[in-house]
Design a protein around this ligand. Structure first.
Ligand SMILES: [Zn+2]
Length: 58
């Protein structure tokens, strides 16, 4: 079982998918991707909540 995040679920036209064992690890990967692909300097707590709301178990 893993936590899965699909960038398109955030409303981006983006095929990025991240997978991790924990939400904490997942958020690290998402933050890295957000910076590189979407010029989002920092994933703040609002954004983290948004990310976690679209995370699925897969
Ligand atoms: Zn993306």
């Amino acid at each position: 079982m893993a936590r899965t995040f699909a960038c398109k679920d955030m409303g981006f036209e983006c095929n990025f998918v991240a997978r991790a064992k924990t939400d904490k690890d997942l958020l690290v990967k998402v933050a890295q991707h957000a910076r590189q692909a979407h010029n989002i300097e920092k994933v703040d707590s609002d954004m983290e909540r948004k990310v976690l709301s679209v995370v699925k178990d897969a």
